[in-house]
Design a protein around this ligand. Structure first.
Ligand SMILES: *Cc1c(COP(=O)(O)O)cnc(C)c1O
Ligand SMILES: [Zn+2]
Length: 442
């Protein structure tokens, strides 16, 4: 017997383990629940000093997301084929000083702002590798030889790569306007890519219909409850990397709204198992203004989502009718957090700010997170003395097209020292002139 199973989030009916995401009785989403006594026992190895023994046991394992296997819905004896996750968490003092604004205590913020960098999650450079890793473990267990997904880009890359590694066939459905790097970064793994003339919500609806017709494992449709659990590893890692401690705040980009609810679940589970001390954590959601159904609901005090038609460069977050929107709103509200959204120009400025201050090149979703954090500091919803973690979820090399036109490409110069000296003088002159113009303008 597995130590986990599907249960309806609303009526509580148990559904065992099967490829299914909705309760037939009340049409609510299913969620994985665990036998936490079994988890505790497995982690503690019969020691009297349980939390400490369990922490040490986890710490001895390989640095990837599989170190938390007991808290993931994995088939018994599952042997992972890819070392996904355990991405860096580090302080970002220069970014902090720029985010808090002149009136706030920037030196204090500099000590307390952290970044969780899934821009370097392997193998496909976004946090989606985590969810796919778990979904495909179950896809194999359920006997699917073909896996599929509807995707805003990063999920497409992850499903295609993991499927190649595991020897599964992959069918990927995407809205036709995705970034070229995300399309190419799916095709290269030999996946079948179907471009749909429509937005993500239409692609997703189509996938639900296909899932009824074919025996395919759609990671975010019939395997969705298993898939979503992979996001918890972001939360486990944040706590472990802070020294088995929960932060005061996390800022999380939201598309379907699943990640933010799963970081909350991860923190709750660690507290329940005694691996961290229980404490209140505020959850802050980040969206692009051009697709902000969740942040709009939070800001207007509504408990339900009003679907939107996405119009933003943050395509990875462009879900107008988020599947977990309702639960994301709850997570944010119950925690005392908030949600904000930022315009496309702010997304670009924030991508540049993070790159220039900390040397991290994130995609548009990361720009959304950084821009949102800036607003939250300036609204005093996040205070400089609070430990705050920004979740950077994807890599900037996949969305370089949004920066087209931001930087000039200089004309080439001859490979001669004299040419370079001349070039340098001109450039410095121009910079000085530009500075003066800025001062005069101000
Ligand atoms: C999918 C995605 C998210 C949001 O995930 P949800 O769980 O759907 O809210 C955030 N960032 C990036 C880069 C993504 O690809
Ligand atoms: Zn139900």
């Amino acid at each position: 017997m597995a130590h986990y199973e599907l249960r309806c989030r609303e009526c509580g009916r148990s559904w065992g383990n099967q490829p299914r995401s909705i309760c037939d009785d009340c049409f609510s989403p299913l969620e994985i629940t665990y036998d936490y006594d079994a988890v505790k026992g497995a982690l503690a190895q019969g020691s009297v000093d349980q939390p400490k023994a369990s922490r040490e046991r986890i710490a001895q394992r390989s640095p990837n997301m599989w170190r938390y296997s007991e808290l993931l819905p994995l088939p018994a004896g599952y042997e992972p084929r890819l070392p996904v996750g355990f991405t860096p968490l580090f302080q970002t003092p220069h970014l902090a000083e720029r985010l808090v604004g002149a009136t706030n205590d920037s030196k204090t913020a500099a000590r307390n702002l952290y970044l969780k960098n899934d821009a370097v999650c392997l193998p496909t450079l976004s946090f989606k590798d985590r969810v796919v890793a778990v979904a495909l473990a179950q896809a194999q267990e359920f006997g699917f030889d073909t896996v599929a997904c509807s995707s805003t880009g990063n999920l497409a890359n992850a499903v295609a790569a993991h499927a190649a590694r595991l020897g599964l066939k992959a069918w990927i459905f995407i809205p036709s306007d995705l970034e070229p790097a995300k399309i190419l970064g799916t095709q290269v793994f030999g996946a079948n890519v179907v471009r749909i003339a429509g937005n993500y919500d239409q692609v997703n609806r189509l996938c639900s219909q296909i899932a009824e017709e074919r025996r395919w494992g759609f990671v975010n449709v019939n395997l969705r409850p298993y898939y979503a659990e992979g996001s918890k590893t972001v939360g486990f890692e944040i706590a472990e990397q802070l020294g088995w401690r929960l932060p005061d705040n996390v800022v999380v980009p939201m598309a379907g709204g699943s990640l933010i609810t799963k970081i909350k679940k991860a923190f709750d589970e660690l507290a329940k198992l005694g691996l961290v001390e229980e404490k209140p954590v505020k959850f802050f959601g980040a969206q692009a203004t051009g697709c902000s159904p969740i942040s709009t609901a939070v800001k207007t005090g509504s408990a339900e989502i009003e679907p939107q038609k996405p119009a933003t460069i943050a395509r990875s977050l462009a879900i107008g009718n988020p599947a977990d929107g309702h639960y994301a709103i709850q997570t944010i509200k119950h925690s005392g957090g908030w949600s904000e959204d930022v315009s496309d120009p702010e997304v670009i400025d924030s991508i540049r700010l993070l790159a220039e201050t900390e040397g991290i090149f994130t995609e548009t979703a990361g720009g959304v997170t950084v821009g949102t954090a800036r607003k939250l500091y300036r609204q005093d919803r996040i205070l400089p003395e609070e430990t705050t973690v920004l979740c950077i979820t994807g890599n900037g090399l996949k969305t370089t097209d949004v920066l087209a036109g931001v930087y000039e490409i200089e004309r080439p110069i001859a490979p001669k020292l004299a040419e370079f000296e001349k070039y340098l003088n001109e450039t410095l002159d121009n910079t000085e002139v530009a500075k003066e113009a800025a001062t005069v303008g101000a």
